[in-house]
Design a protein around this ligand. Structure first.
Ligand code: CMX
Length: 435
């Protein structure tokens, strides 16, 4: 009989939980990382303070999911029939199980998600009660909270579940949530921008293909883009704001809906996921200021200087960990090369790559002058007609669910403790270090 995903996970994670317990018992006093005073004030960057099994970020090379880089995964993960881009169900399987899936494994995940994809009516009713101009990320986060009425974990906890069963209830919540998010996100998009003309799901399509369909973009290239987009945005190790928030809130045994909604509130910040809308807003304003058309590199450089003089950041550039061009940026550039010709906004994104890093370097303080994932994604969406940039972070959020919810299941299986770092005060630090 075919092993289900849940059984496969249990077969892998439960023995590992026992190993980890032993590992901590034997090596618990080893020092992993030290903290300087500057790091206390500087967002703890460079301090290894978390365990996240699903992916690991290297500052020079970028993200690896269970050891596989993005170019390797574009090759190795199963594709939709006739397609060239990986199916995101595959990266979810990889992050959860730790091994590359077969095509059959991916179909099983796809079918499993399709069966779970029913969104209760009260979620749509709640969305309808909000003003249409409510930011899509706020609507998204609130809809996730409304979906929480269905939490298996909260229900079982109330009934007195044993802690060895936490992971299984979290698995159910995570799968239900991943299954339902595209429907909720598409509903928000169609409600806000398409006169509430909603599109029924097509359960024969894969998870990302169906998402594209419900958004109202049925052409094959957009479906390809969604598969790539949902794959590359899914995870970025554990310390970024959305992943860390999900883990932190989840560590209090808040269910997956509470944790993931909190995670999305972090993603909605302009220094994190909202940067994808800010990039397009920045480019559109530049075009508008110049009276339309394509700016020269000199005009782009002038606008970059002006933005910096106004005390703002250049969205899509820089990173807290990466020190090279983000491979997620490169994957999108390659997609553009493969599928798109003659597009002004994409040309501007590419021209910015020639202009921005030197200017940021010249400031002498920016640690990474290179583009991140958000520098490119909006331009691809605009190309296919999705110009409503305030929606972009919702797409990022749907994808991010794959990584952070796979991690939450692992957190529960490994029995990770409530997170509670210590804090201190400036006075105490001064007393200690200033003579
Ligand atoms: N434009 C202008 N200044 C920048 C900059 C940028 N793109 N990136 C960094 N800097 C500045 C910082 O604001 C900081 O200035 P102050 O010392 O005056 O406060 C200085 O350079 C040092 O910052 P850093 O150590 O290089 O960067 P951080 O780790 O503090 O911040 C990040 C990282 C991503 C928040 C920052 O690079 C930034 O604001 N980028 C623009 C927003 C963006 O694209 N965010 C998306 C990141 C990817 C994602 O999470 O989705």
């Amino acid at each position: 009989m075919l092993e289900t995903l849940k059984e496969k996970f249990a077969a892998r994670a439960l023995p590992m939980a026992a190993e980890v317990k032993e590992f901590v018992k034997t090596h618990g006093n080893e020092v992993v990382s030290q903290v300087t005073l500057a790091q206390l004030y500087g967002g703890m960057k460079g301090v290894t303070g978390l365990v996240t099994e699903t992916s690991k970020l290297d500052p020079e090379e970028g993200i690896r999911f269970r050891g596989y880089s993005i170019p390797e995964l574009r090759d190795a993960l199963p594709k939709a029939p006739g397609g060239k881009e990986p199916l995101p169900e595959g990266i979810f399987y990889l992050m959860l199980i730790g091994e590359l899936p077969t095509a059959k494994d991916v179909i099983n995940v796809s079918n499993n998600l399709a069966r779970r994809a029913i969104v209760p009516k009260h979620v749509f009713d709640m969305l309808e009660s909000l003003p249409r101009h409510t930011h899509p990320m706020t609507q998204f986060s609130m809809a996730i909270m409304a979906l929480g009425t269905e939490s298996v974990f909260a229900d079982e906890y109330k009934k007195g579940m044993h802690k060895r069963d936490y992971w299984a209830a979290t698995y159910e919540d995570a799968m239900n949530l991943i299954a339902r998010l595209p429907r909720v996100a598409a509903y928000i998009y169609r409600r806000v921008y398409k006169n509430g003309e909603h599109i029924e799901p097509d359960s024969k399509l894969d998870w990302a293909g169906n998402f594209a369909h419900m958004l109202g973009y049925d052409n094959d290239d957009f479906k390809r883009l969604m598969r790539l987009y949902m794959t590359i945005h899914s995870d970025h190790e554990g310390g970024n704001v959305s992943a860390h928030t999900n883990h932190l809130v989840g560590s209090a045994l808040s269910d997956a809906y509470l944790s993931f909604s909190a995670s999305m509130n972090g993603l909605a910040g302009p220094l994190h996921g909202l940067a994808n809308q800010e990039v397009i807003r920045w480019i559109l304003r530049l075009q508008e200021d110049l009276g339309g058309g394509k700016p020269t590199k000199k005009q782009i450089a002038d606008y970059v200087h002006q933005t910096l003089e106004e005390g703002k950041v250049i969205p899509g550039y820089g990173h807290a960990v990466l020190r090279k061009t983000d491979p997620r940026f490169t994957a999108q550039w390659e997609f553009a090369k493969q599928y798109i010709r003659n597009d002004d906004i994409i040309d501007i994104v590419h021209d910015m790559y020639d202009v921005v890093p030197d200017i940021l370097n010249s400031l002498g303080k920016v640690k990474n002058p290179w583009p991140n994932v958000d520098a490119h994604s909006g331009a691809l969406l605009v190309h296919y007609g999705m110009v409503e940039y305030e929606f972009y972070t919702v797409l990022f959020g749907v994808s991010r669910a794959l990584g952070v919810l796979a991690s939450l299941i692992w957190d529960r299986a490994l029995g990770l403790a409530i997170e509670r770092p210590g804090s201190t005060t400036t006075d105490l630090l001064k007393t200690r270090f200033v003579q």
